[in-house]
Design a protein around this ligand. Structure first.
Ligand SMILES: [Mg+2]
Length: 150
């Protein structure tokens, strides 16, 4: 399956806070952002199981910057959709929803936003919404993917 992940407040702390992966000196010097604790193991596991991981963010961070951030943690992502690409692909529909995963053949989208869940219900795409306090968030995602596969 193609699984997309939001960035801000899901994998990168902002308004919401959670424990993050350890950053080495190199990452700190380069100003690489901290990512949620467990992201590395989760991405590796999903990829080992044959899933493709996309990033789908409403931020304008460049795909190169996002790619390098994950590479610095020794994980890779297959495709990055930022606000710019979303606007390019969705055109007149770009403001209808903040995200529209079906436009990128995404099977399931992981986010922290309840608004995205509502969009998914309205426009018929699958979401998993992760709470900042969900300490077993990787399990929540794996379980949701499993039941989506059935
Ligand atoms: Mg978010």
């Amino acid at each position: 399956m193609i699984i997309s992940f939001d960035l801000d407040d899901l994998l990168i702390p902002g308004v919401k806070t959670f424990s993050t992966e350890r950053r080495n000196l190199f990452q700190k010097l380069l100003g690489i952002e901290a990512i949620r604790l467990g992201t590395v193991a989760l991405f590796r596991r999903l990829q080992r199981e044959g899933h493709h991981i996309y990033i789908y963010t409403t931020s304008f961070r460049s795909p190169m910057r996002i790619r390098l951030m994950f590479l610095s943690y020794q994980i890779s992502v297959k495709k990055i959709i930022n606000q710019r690409l979303h606007n390019e692909v969705l055109r007149e529909q770009r403001n209808r929803t903040s995200k529209y995963p079906p436009a990128f053949n995404i099977d399931i989208h992981i986010d922290d936003s309840l608004g995205v869940r509502i969009e998914g219900e309205r426009y018929n795409f699958a979401t998993v919404i992760i709470d900042e306090n969900d300490s077993a968030w990787q399990g929540t995602i794996i379980e949701a993917i499993r039941s989506c596969n059935r």
